[in-house]
Design a protein around this ligand. Structure first.
Ligand code: ADP
Ligand code: MG
Ligand code: MG
Length: 253
């Protein structure tokens, strides 16, 4: 079992108006096999947490720690983070012109594992994983994300979960822009990675819809850069009914 430990994390960014603290002391512990939902109103810092874990240079950690089995993740490069077993799906995956999906995935897999998978096994694995996610086989030879619809990009993110077998996945707004069928397929993929590889998941979502298909054991509500409330699945149900109103400052005249 592995543990991803976030302790009293403070994160700032530089803006034209000066330094702005976005995360104001976030603590979370996630073990492999667990699913944690991070919920909260827009602008509460959910994506900032994801970007910080991903090692985005814009986000400066001013204090606190982020460790994976005791190893300092903050000292790792982005590649080292992936090698250590972290998977970070971006809210807006980028296009990579001139690189086919199969080659892109094989290069990434090689970097993560430290050795290249044999071409035969790889082709078979990619084909199998694409079938499970009902991705058109023609995708294998298309350029990365070029002309992909929102739903197709999301499926490709989950394809990477199947193939890379990370210890922990951070999924930021994976549900945005998916119709119900795509949402089900994507959710099944996340659930399969959890069941088969004991993946730990940090599922970041503003809306409760995806939580009908991916069941978190733990729910954390972010408000203004802090965890304002923690609970079990019943907290997500409550948010579905009530929204975030009770967490927001009351409007004054
Ligand atoms: P959420 O994902 O919960 O909607 P974010 O982490 O995206 O929240 O944003 C939290 C706050 O930090 C917001 O006020 C947002 O405007 C600000 N912020 C985040 N990233 C940037 C950035 N790169 N530049 C300027 N402001 C940012
Ligand atoms: Mg937002
Ligand atoms: Mg966000």
């Amino acid at each position: 079992m592995s543990t991803l430990d976030i302790k009293d994390l403070h994160v700032s960014i530089e803006t034209e108006q000066g330094t702005k603290e976005i995360l104001k002391g976030v603590s979370l512990t996630i073990k492999t096999g667990e699913t944690h939902a991070i919920m909260g109103p827009n602008g509460s810092g959910k994506s900032t947490l994801a970007s910080t874990i991903a090692g985005h240079p814009r986000y400066e950690v001013t204090s606190g720690s982020l460790t994976l089995d005791g190893e300092d993740v903050l000292a790792m490069s982005v590649d080292e983070r992936a090698k250590a077993g972290l998977f970070l799906a971006m809210q807006y995956p980028v296009e990579v012109p001139g690189v086919t999906m199969t080659n892109f995935l094989r290069t990434a897999k090689t970097a993560i594992d430290g050795e290249a998978p044999s071409i035969r096994t790889w082709t078979k694995d990619v084909k199998g994983a694409m079938e499970k996610l009902r991705i058109d086989p023609a995708f294998a030879t298309r350029n990365v994300n070029e002309g992909f619809s929102g739903g197709e990009k999301k499926r490709v993110e989950i394809l990477q979960l199947e193939l890379f077998k990370p210890k922990f996945a951070v999924l930021d707004e994976t549900d945005s822009g998916l119709d119900v069928d795509a949402l089900k397929i994507v959710s099944e993929g996340v659930n399969r990675a959890q069941a088969e590889n004991e993946m730990g998941t940090l599922l970041i979502t503003h809306y409760t819809r995806i939580l009908r298909y991916i069941k978190p054991q733990f729910v954390h509500v972010f408000v203004d850069g802090r965890v304002a409330e923690q609970g079990g699945p019943e907290l997500a149900d409550r948010l579905e009914d009530e929204g975030y109103d009770r967490f927001l400052p009351t409007a004054s005249a």
